[in-house]
Design a protein around this ligand. Structure first.
Ligand code: ACO
Length: 418
């Protein structure tokens, strides 16, 4: 803390509001004192409001920087795998080789979720969205693992590792139920990404290191992104000391929307709708028309007003996967690359700093690998589970943590009689 204050003049009285420094990023004005003076702040969408303190992830949207525990995302993508990044997010430091092996062994020991998962899936009609199933699976697991001593750090650690271990099967089995296909049981001795590919495709995709690496990268790049909508939802649910599986259900619900995790799925739907390169100008014109609510899916970001650093890594992975699979001739990929080029040159997008985001490329990669569109957002959830759990754990460890209870600006009628 420094001794600077912001002076706020309210109705003739001057309030001294402490200014605190972050490691990086804007200074913060602490406004708790305001409520004692019958004033709230109003900040729709939390554009200027920090909801918590966190040491996990730092984003500078103007400069296109993303750090996890201080490490740049491109270095993590190049030099670690998903579980190593997960360990870092959860524990604050990269593991040494003993810690890394132990962590991987523990996660692998939880690869088989309890039978209640299959029972719960049976309650869903074929064709139901896997995200809806994942929400219910978390509810079922909350019922199965209850009560949990949230204040007990060892019990929290166990819950976190267990859920990370369960996730590949939960996602793969939800999809298999969605298409009415039999599920595959996990195999021993596979990496996290290999296990997931195997649970999805059995032996049908072979053990292709380029595709496994691409999945692992997608998981690393989606693992955490500070206080986004789904993470904030997990923290808010967790602030009531709710069961962590129930908190994950809340996070998955928030992630599902097309303005957040649903964007990678929406990208492919949009590219299919465009259908042919000759239709691109029509769609660009619609995106620019203020009377049309159509937006180019996979472009723009609430925080990044520069190239999303994850999108840079993803684009490189996208090139590797397309050349490995010889898929450059898929008309959808041609449309995607053409759209990217036009949007990057168009004044409308340049002035508003609307760059392709991580989901623009992840949608293309997942489609090229043969992963069905309905699984795109569940794969995002698979990765983000680590970030949600790291943030939830950090919140539980924070002595200052209180139940999250935002205030409101009441605009309804004054009291009246019936
Ligand atoms: N296509 C066309 N115009 C856009 C787009 C887009 N994708 N995104 C923003 N704009 C325009 C808006 O119309 C607005 O224009 P105006 O100033 O003329 O009114 C301006 O850019 C600013 O838009 P906001 O909605 O204020 O930007 P915000 O930061 O709130 O929105 C969001 C960010 C929701 C991601 C938005 O860019 C969007 O809807 N993108 C498409 C969906 C998408 O790809 N989401 C994935 C995000 S990444 C993730 O969750 C991992």
């Amino acid at each position: 803390m420094n001794d600077k204050v912001a002076k706020l003049n309210i109705e003739g009285e001057t309030l001294d509001l402490p200014i605190v420094n972050a490691t990086y990023g804007p200074h913060l004005v602490e406004i708790e004192a305001l409520s004692k003076h019958e004033f709230f702040t109003y900040d729709p969408g939390f554009i200027s409001t920090a909801s918590c303190r966190s040491a996990i992830t730092y984003i500078n949207g103007e400069k296109g920087i993303l750090l996890h525990r201080g490490y740049p995302i491109d270095q993590l993508a190049a030099k670690t795998d998903f579980l190593t990044t997960a360990y870092l997010l959860l524990n604050g430091e990269l593991p040494n080789s003993t810690e890394q092996n132990e962590f991987k062994t523990i996660i692998a020991s939880h690869v088989n979720p309890p039978a209640i998962v299959h029972d719960t899936l049976q309650g869903f009609a074929k064709g139901a969205h896997p995200m809806a199933m994942l929400i219910s699976l978390m509810g079922a697991l909350a019922g199965y693992f209850h009560p949990i001593k949230i204040r007990d750090a060892a019990e929290r650690k166990h819950m976190i590792e267990q859920l990370i271990g369960f996730m590949p099967a939960l996602v793969a089995w939800s999809y298999q139920h969605h298409i009415g296909q039999k599920t595959y049981s996990p195999r021993a001795g596979l990496s996290y990404a290999e296990q997931f590919m195997y649970l999805l495709f059995d032996d049908k995709r072979g053990n292709n290191p380029i595709l496994n690496k691409a999945i692992d990268r997608i998981l690393i790049l989606h693992a955490d992104h500070e206080q986004n909508a789904s993470t904030s939802t997990v923290r808010l649910a967790g602030s009531t000391l709710a069961n962590p599986y129930a908190c994950m259900a809340a996070g998955i619900a928030a992630l599902w929307g097309p303005a957040h995790g649903g964007a990678n799925e929406a990208v492919i739907k949009m590219l299919s709708e465009i259908e042919d390169e000759k239709n691109i100008p029509k769609f660009i014109a619609r995106a620019k028309d203020s009377n049309d609510n159509f937006r180019l899916m996979g472009f723009g970001h609430r925080v990044y007003k520069n190239y999303d650093p994850r999108a840079k890594v993803m684009k490189q992975t996208c090139d590797e996967v397309l050349s490995e699979l010889g898929e450059q001739h898929d008309p959808l990929f041609k449309i995607a690359l053409q759209l990217e080029r036009i949007a990057l040159e168009d004044d409308y997008f340049i002035q508003r700093k609307l760059y392709p985001n991580v989901d623009f490329y992840s949608g293309i990669i997942l489609r090229a690998i043969g992963i069905p569109t309905e699984l795109f957002t569940p794969i995002f959830a698979l990765a983000r589970t680590v970030g949600w759990l790291a943030q939830w754990g950090e919140m539980c460890d924070d002595n200052d943590f209180k139940i999250g209870r935002p205030r409101q600006w009441y605009t309804g009628p004054k009291v009246r009689d019936i």
